[in-house]
Write a protein that binds this ligand. Structure first.
Ligand SMILES: NC(=O)c1ccc[n+]([C@@H]2O[C@H](COP(=O)([O-])OP(=O)(O)OC[C@H]3O[C@@H](n4cnc5c(N)ncnc54)[C@H](OP(=O)(O)O)[C@@H]3O)[C@@H](O)[C@H]2O)c1
Ligand SMILES: *[C@@H]1O[C@H](CO)[C@@H](O)[C@H](O)[C@H]1NC(C)=O
Ligand SMILES: *[C@@H]1O[C@H](CO)[C@@H](O)[C@H](O)[C@H]1NC(C)=O
Ligand SMILES: *[C@@H]1O[C@H](CO)[C@@H](O)[C@H](O)[C@H]1NC(C)=O
Length: 318
């Protein structure tokens, strides 16, 4: 009997330690205040984006919630205001799957707001299909939409330096590859609908985030605008909402135990957005609030440049 109890105690203890040390990860410890600063968080109506917005509002920033759904965006607006105790929170519609919407967001923002100090490119989607511009959905939303958004806001970031761009990528970028032929012919990184193919396309889009950050940092040399990409951790969020219901049912108990909650998941984004002293690490990739090495393919100068030029063409900037 006592052996059983002992074993049980050890198992429960180990599970507790696992969840509270390994899963939880590091917290952003910066106490930086952001009074007088303006930040944009894309996809901030749910998941880690919403937590990021609440935290930045608590630090005194004026926070723009850039979300695609008016209904979900306005619901989040009330919640972020309530949770942060700040009324300096605004909702502005932004659908990253539409180049027209990105342009109209940028125009509204530049007209109505004086500053931009931090841009958090957080929105992400895990879904096959095409955007309204005919781009592969994950490539279009996770990369091109943010590419155009960042490009249109870059001058304002420069005017407000020191400023930052934070790019929420994923550890999945390690499995990514950039198929330039497929991009040229299909405006997508990969095609296919099987589970593995979809996972591949998601990973590819996340590799774009890391490469983009690499190239952007180079282009920003000599300015005080810095940029970072990151893996937030495996998070119990809504990201898997469009995967098969069988998969979701299987994943639920696993994610509840093994994945971070959204507060834990937002810590590395916050670290990259506010931590003092990381400016010399511009262009680098973070995980668990720590800078990490990436594989050569994620800091490949030629691929990053090529992707940049292709992205400019695809969103009509070149
Ligand atoms: N969850 C993880 O384990 C994990 C791991 C690594 C990286 N990430 C990355 O972390 C970021 C945040 O994900 P999350 O886990 O918090 O997922 P989430 O709960 O699904 O939140 C994603 C957010 O992106 C928004 N979004 C999707 N498509 C959009 C579009 N076309 N235009 C504007 N906004 C759009 C969503 O808005 P709607 O509510 O309107 O759809 C939502 O607000 C993503 O970039 C994701 O790739 C997540
Ligand atoms: C994150 O960092 C903490 C503290 O350094 C460490 O205990 C934990 O194992 C790390 N987690 C991961 C997933 O790397
Ligand atoms: C993040 O990645 C997207 C797509 O790759 C890009 O458009 C965006 O501007 C990037 N931001 C940073 C800081 O790298
Ligand atoms: C994705 O999932 C959401 C929430 O379950 C649902 O409202 C939406 O219609 C789905 N989209 C697609 C294209 O399946």
């Amino acid at each position: 009997m006592s052996t059983v109890l002992l074993v049980l105690a050890v198992v429960v203890g180990a599970a507790y330690v696992y969840r509270h040390i390994v899963v939880k990860g590091q917290r952003c410890t910066s106490t930086a205040k952001l009074h007088g600063k303006t930040v944009i968080v894309t996809g901030s109506n749910t998941g880690i984006g919403k937590v990021t917005a609440i935290d930045l509002a608590r630090r005194g920033a004026r926070v723009i919630l850039a979300c695609r759904s008016k209904q979900r965006g306005e619901a989040a607006l009330h919640e972020v205001r309530r949770e942060s105790g700040s009324n300096q929170v605004v909702f502005m519609p932004l659908d990253l799957g539409s180049l027209k919407s990105v342009r109209s967001f940028a125009e509204t923002f530049l007209k109505s707001e004086a500053r931009l100090d931090v841009l958090v490119n957080n929105a992400g989607i895990y879904l096959q299909g095409r955007t309204e511009d005919g781009l592969g959905m994950m490539f279009g939303v996770n990369h091109i939409g943010h590419f155009l958004l960042t490009s249109l806001l870059l001058d304002r970031l420069k005017q407000c330096e020191p400023s930052r761009v934070v790019n929420v990528s994923s550890v999945a970028h390690n499995f990514g590859k950039i198929d330039f032929d497929c991009l040229n012919t299909h405006k997508a990184l990969g095609l296919g609908t099987s589970f593995m193919e979809v996972l591949q396309v998601y990973s590819d889009s996340k590799l774009c985030n890391v490469l983009f950050t690499h190239e952007l940092a180079k282009r920003l040399q000599g300015t005080k605008v810095t940029c970072f990409s990151l893996h937030p951790g495996a998070i119990n969020s809504e990201l898997a909402r469009n995967t098969s219901s069988v998969l979701q049912l299987l994943l639920k108990p696993l994610t509840a135990f093994f994945f971070k909650n959204t507060v834990q998941g937002a810590q590395t984004s916050l670290h990259c957005a506010v931590q003092e002293g990381i400016e010399p690490l511009s262009g680098r990739y973070f995980s668990n609030c720590t800078v990490r090495e990436v594989y050569d393919k994620a800091k490949d100068d030629a691929a990053a440049k090529k992707l940049w030029e292709l992205s400019e063409r695809l969103c009509g900037l070149a």
